[in-house]
Write a new protein. Structure first.
Length: 81
C-alpha cells in the first residue's frame, strides 16, 4: 500500500507541519518529523520501519508502535490519501 498525503504539507526545521489547503499547522516531535520525511522521500512500510529503528536505536515493537501512532493521527486529521 502506497502512502501519500492528501494535500501539500510543509515541515519546518523546528517541527511545525503546515497544511497548505486548510491553513492549519501541527507540531511534530522528532520521531514524527523523521517519519514524515521518510514518507516525503518515497519510503514505504518496512523501509520506514528499518530506518526508524536505525535512526533512534529502538526495538522493532517500539518502532512499529511509533509508526502506527503517527499514521493513526494522520488519518484522524484526514491528511492521508
Amino acid at each position: 500500500m502506497e502512502t501519500s498525503f492528501k494535500s501539500e504539507l510543509t515541515l519546518s526545521d523546528t517541527g511545525f507541519l503546515f497544511d497548505h489547503s486548510s491553513g492549519l499547522t501541527y507540531t511534530l516531535n522528532p520521531t514524527g518529523q523523521f517519519i514524515f520525511n521518510e514518507i516525503k522521500g518515497g519510503k514505504q512500510g518496512t523501509d520506514i520501519l528499518a530506518s526508524i529503528r536505525k535512526e533512534f536505536n529502538i526495538d522493532e515493537d517500539t518502532a512499529r508502535k511509533d509508526i502506527d501512532d503517527f499514521f493513526r493521527q494522520l488519518r484522524e486529521l484526514d491528511l492521508l490519501s
